[in-house]
Design a protein around this ligand. Structure first.
Ligand code: NAD
Length: 335
């Protein structure tokens, strides 16, 4: 756990819980991170403008003595009272339909928003975390993707508000580190899923689960042979917490290296939901990556980290949560 003791102004060591600001706290990953830091003993301030996040993701924390929430757009200036140990930037629309729907807000969250959070980190003498993405690798030239790869990205393509936005956020983060000596961490998150995902966010896992549970056809874009590597959210959180506790600041891939075809993911979801939905095929959208898989050697070596939840277990947990969100009865118990 980070810095439990901090020197007070009269020089004595005052005991207080460590304090973190999580921007993007009402989102899928942000809300799980809030839960995780509260379990670790942190006081957490959640900040979110609710552009893609949902208050229901934090409803269970109402009245929690170590949690508070501020509704605010990080692209606009703000201050936070009191000390901070960690400033964690997860605030950005993240799924392709959402960043297409909010293109300017996506650019602003990753540019102005990143600067505001970096300046706050400096003022509080805290450590900064940027939630970056595997999309910085673009249409990858090497497989699997290593942190040293610079990426193959179209700077003005239809996804540029997101992938170039994140690349700018990485540049800003490393510039503050090199120029001001700011302690920073950059996680490059690969496709992550789990409970609390917005079932209408247009991502592959949520599309398939929602379609299977409502008896609609599962839509596969392309022929289904393209691959995805799916990481369960608790594995990501383990990686983030370990990364915050080590001294390394370079970018770190966090993802599940098991690569599956989109067809096999659809079949697994049909099996786990017991759905009889058919599969239909549609044209592949422009710039959709055919393959993406993390090389996690760095995280293994530096953090002793690797994913522990396999797809069957993670998808079953996600399906159970989706049933609840859709107010469907739970899967009947089979002895
Ligand atoms: P999400 O949309 O569920 O969460 C993002 C949160 O940020 C939302 O609550 C949204 O309201 C908030 N937000 C957006 N712009 C904001 C602003 N200007 N000010 C304040 N709040 C703002 O998405 P997620 O999947 O939880 O992703 C969280 C972070 O992780 C994002 O930065 C995303 O780019 C990154 N990431 C996610 C994945 C993934 O597979 N889920 C993969 C790579 C990277």
């Amino acid at each position: 756990m980070a810095k439990l003791l901090r020197a007070s102004s009269d020089g004595s060591a005052a005991r207080r819980p460590p304090r973190a600001l999580i921007a993007g706290a009402a989102g899928f990953i942000g809300s799980h991170l809030v839960d995780r830091l509260l379990i670790e003993g942190y006081e957490v301030i959640g900040m979110d403008d609710l552009i893609t996040g949902r208050p229901c993701n934090l409803a269970h924390l109402q009245g929690h003595p170590r949690f508070s929430f501020v509704e605010h757009d990080i692209a606009r200036p703000f201050t936070v009272d009191g000390p901070l140990d960690w400033v964690m930037h997860l605030a950005s629309p993240a799924s392709p339909p959402k960043y297409q729907q909010w293109p300017v807000q996506t650019l602003e969250a990753n540019s102005f928003g990143t600067h505001h959070l970096l300046d706050l980190t400096r003022a509080k003498e805290a450590t900064f975390l940027l939630a970056s993405t595997s999309e910085v690798y673009g249409d990858p030239l090497h497989h699997p993707q290593q942190e040293e790869d610079w990426g193959n990205v179209n700077p003005n393509g239809p996804r540029s508000m997101y992938d170039e936005g994140k690349r700018y956020a990485e540049a800003a983060t490393m510039t503050y580190h090199r120029h001001y000596g700011l302690p920073v961490r950059i996680v490059r998150i690969f496709n992550t899923y789990g409970p609390r995902m917005d079932l209408h966010d247009g991502r592959i896992v949520t599309n398939f689960i929602r379609q299977a549970l409502s008896g609609e056809p599962l839509t596969i874009f392309g022929d289904g042979s393209q691959t995805r590597s799916l990481q369960y959210v608790s594995d990501l959180l383990d990686g983030i917490v370990r990364y915050m506790a080590c001294d390394d600041c370079g970018p770190m891939n966090l993802g599940n290296p098991v690569e599956r075809s989109v067809s096999s993911i659809a079949q697994m979801i049909l099996h786990l939901t017991g759905s009889a939905s058919p599969i239909v095929y549609r044209d592949l959208p422009q710039n959709d990556p055919r393959r993406r898989r993390p090389d996690i050697s760095r995280a293994r070596a530096l953090l002793g980290w690797q994913p522990r939840i396999d797809a069957e277990e993670g998808l079953a947990l996600t399906i159970a949560a989706a049933r609840e969100a859709m107010m469907l009865p739970p899967e009947p118990f089979e002895a």
